[in-house]
Write a protein that binds this ligand. Sequence first.
Ligand code: SIN
Length: 475
Amino acid sequence: MRTQLLIGGQWSDGADGDTLDVLNPATGELVASVAAGSSADASRAVGVAADAQKAWAATPPRQRAEVLRNCWSVLLDHQEELAQLITAEHGKPLVDARGEISYAAEFFRWNSEEAVRIEGSIRTAPGGANRIIVHHPPIGVVVMITPWNFPAAMITRKVAPALAAGNAVVIKPAPDTPLTALRVGELLEEAGVPAGLVNIVPTNDAAGWFEAAVAQPATRMVSFTGSTQTGRALLKVASGRVLRTAMELGGNAPFIVFDDADLDAAVEGAMVAKMRHSAETCTAANRFFVHSRVADEFTKKLSAAMGAVKVGAGTDPDVSCGPMINEAAIEKISSLVDSAVGAGATVALGGAKVDGPGHFFEPTVLGGVKAGDPITSEEIFGPVAPVIPFIDTDEMIAHANDTEMGLAAYVYTADIGRGLSVSERLEYGMVGLNRGAMSDPAAPFGGMKQSGIGREGGSEGIYEFCETQYIAAGW
Ligand code: SIN
């Protein structure tokens, strides 16, 4: 297990000798003590990255692509080991942790294919005096702040396109889950990523670390996944140097079920959209708008499916919902459930935290929730499904859009025309139509409104890490 900072291909303690403790959220036990970097370490890492980036940017795209393809296969070769690490520090069931590694590795395969297809253009200026040549060089050094809910995949989703485009990166992994990040960094070097291109510097001092990294002249971009609140704070700091930013922020996903939908399929999709990775995803269904003609039946079927979920430590093969990341998460979920019940919701299933050790919450279904109740305006990030019956489609869409968030939405109906027209009216960057899963390295992941800036994945993703240069060429 790697527990030191990775800077320039070397492992070291932080300049201040500081450490952070990684706890297993299923047991509260110490997994490891990890070196915690200071602002001096962040600055040093940016300098090292800037040096390494020059040679990498000059490396032919085909060669970069081959290194990335190798990263895909090396990560898969270590799938079991990485999955065990994720489960130890994050808590998610091993089956999900294994799935996360396939997902994480796929960002490398996809971006190895994109590395050789960065397009430019040439056209004649309208006045005829010159040609307009447009091309896309790399940006330089990208500072990345990554979350705990996907300790591997939220790193590779950023690193793979950044490297494909010819950049170097400095990563601050979440303090709850630095072990996976450090091991992924080590494996990328084993796969042929030159030393200094991927630097990983966990810290206890997120604000000081970030300010120092952003202040370095070589830093040209910030890429962040996490809450909208933190995203706003980072944007303020990054604006001081007018840096490019890519932000994957919070969600408040509506899951809409029309009365013609196949209810069993809708419940199956709901279980994925709600419970995937222990319900700790920003795409998680947060509000279930169900036509009142089928609301009772849907609630009953969803409660049966949620009731069959075994909650416990991710190492138990029968468990499909692991612990929440910490006690603060449990307190937030409890208070949202209490406020919904206080506002008149009925508890169809669950409703309470599970006694420790560990941070567990019962899979919960709430019936008769009203649009506008506090639980409908906050990202729950836990295994709670509030069901809001609706009659009028226009009114329901207005409620679904009545939020500053706009990441993911889901629609279930047998009428594909209605499904598409409702999807187009939803102010969300991604819509699952008769599908509870939408995440795919080959598709542009990202949100509208305060859910983010930019897209990760798809053919769009690599351009987030590219500059645009125009040459007015006369010949
Ligand atoms: C996230 O929760 O931040 C990402 C979810 C996903 O990639 O599916």
